[in-house]
Design a protein around this ligand. Structure first.
Ligand code: GUN
Length: 310
């Protein structure tokens, strides 16, 4: 914690270290995994399903399986061809629902066009829905029930915000840019739960810069490289950048690329009190929270209260 959220930041912004916070979460998951094994003889099991050969999805799915294996989870990956039918995928989800060794099921999105993603999501047992996308979990989160599976990226954003702002989060004006089911809507619910006053802005919002300027907390999840400029940021704000955009980087050599967020980092860092970098901010939190959700599912299956892994 460096500057107060409402103070004018003359110092360069604190860089919120997502890698360090994610490592802490993973350490807690590892310790709780050991306890569950010793006390209940249960090994958390995660099944990740990939349909098709999208290169980015292959990388994400591989990273999820690797982390699960490192943690000593039972980790399985099902890779299905692009031409897989919805019925075939639903049949696999049904088998995973019935498999007692599996506590968490993740079907990587996007799915091929001919498969209705909502049907697939709704087929996953809500108790095994470690993505938190099933309507039962969406409803539990919206109604403030304690037993929701919370989507991994928003859950990770909230931990970063709590770490940075602590008790000062309550009462702040939060602006979420983006209204996706994956990030925008669930992070808005989580921030409401923290007693923030929440605005959800999106592509049709009028005068987006002035809406963003009202935010003590800004969460950017639009998928447009460096769209949010430094002069849109309220001095002293805390900025969470969920965007991961690959852009050309000719300065690194012909054909080279680099990753940037949805926020123009260098500009915003001159104004904000604290900001997540890209990479190294929200990204590492997503996998850490997937592991935490899988462990939570395993604890609940044996009737135990999951530990707090934040
Ligand atoms: N594709 C991109 N992000 C995600 C995610 O968090 N979960 C799933 N299932 N697919 C994704």
């Amino acid at each position: 914690m460096v500057n107060g959220p409402l103070s004018s930041a003359e110092e360069p912004a604190e860089r919120i270290d997502g890698r360090a916070v994610a490592a802490r979460v993973v350490d807690r998951v590892a310790a709780a995994t050991q306890r569950l094994k010793t006390e209940a003889g249960v090994v958390p099991g995660l099944a990740v399903v990939l349909v098709g050969d999208d290169p980015a999805s292959q990388v994400y799915v591989g990273a999820k399986g690797k982390k699960a294996t490192e943690l000593g989870f039972h980790s399985v990956q099902h890779t299905l061809p692009t031409g897989t039918t919805e019925a075939e995928l639903l049949e696999l989800v049904g088998r995973l629902n019935d498999d007692l060794d599996i506590h968490g099921i993740l079907v990587q999105l996007p799915l091929p066009d001919l498969i209705d993603k909502n049907r697939v999501i709704e087929a996953i047992s809500p108790e095994k829905d470690v993505d938190g996308f099933h309507p039962i979990n969406v409803g539990r989160l919206a109604s403030g029930a304690g037993n929701a599976m919370v989507p991994c990226t928003p859950a990770g954003c909230l931990i970063l915000l709590r770490d940075t702002l602590g008790d000062r989060l309550a009462g702040l004006d939060a602006v979420v840019i983006g209204r996706s089911n994956l990030v925008g809507k669930p992070i808005a619910q989580l921030l409401l739960g923290e007693n923030c006053t929440v605005t959800i802005a999106h592509s049709r919002t009028r005068d987006l810069p002035s809406v963003v300027r009202s935010g003590d907390v800004v969460v950017a999840a639009v998928g447009r490289p460096e769209m949010i400029r430094g002069d849109w940021i309220k001095p002293g704000a805390t900025v969470i950048d969920v965007g991961v955009n690959r852009v050309p980087a000719p300065e690194r050599g012909a054909g080279k690329t680099r990753l940037v967020g949805d926020v123009a980092f260098a500009e915003a860092a001159r104004v904000a009190a604290a900001i997540t970098p890209v990479p190294g901010g929200v990204g590492p939190m997503t996998i850490a929270m997937l592991m935490a959700n899988t462990l939570t599912a395993a604890y609940r299956r044996v009737g135990r209260t999951p530990p707090d892994m934040s």
